[in-house]
Design a protein. Structure first.
Length: 112
């Protein structure tokens, strides 16, 4: 008589979580990205490079925090889709508002 061992989803879910060392590594990466964001203040970059770089770094940090610290990477795909929709919506609104302030009705920006 042979017995078959089956694993429940809860057992598989627990094994997938990152170790404390992984969390420290992610924190180091987040600190490096934050330092790069702060360093952009000291460089004379064109406007498109500055905004594009800062937006890209913000999205990278959002992805790391949501994926690892909120355990979204290990949850259902439905939750990933909800957060991805929120990210896309927020980015779209941000870019639209940025476009309004960059171009403005006079073509010279909102500060003119």
């Amino acid at each position: 008589m042979a017995t078959e061992v089956t694993h429940t989803p809860a057992e598989q879910h627990v094994a997938a979580h990152p170790t404390p060392r992984d969390y420290v590594n992610i924190a180091i990466v987040l600190a490096i990205i934050t330092a790069a964001e702060v360093m952009t203040y000291f460089f004379r970059l064109p406007g498109w490079a500055l905004w594009g770089g800062l937006t890209g770094m913000a999205i990278a940090k959002f992805t790391l925090v949501v994926g690892f610290y909120m355990h979204l990477r290990y949850d259902s795909r439905m939750f990933r889709r909800v957060f991805l929709f929120g990210l896309i919506l927020a980015t779209t609104v941000f870019l639209l508002v940025l476009g309004v302030f960059a171009v403005g009705p006079e073509g010279g920006g909102a500060g003119n």
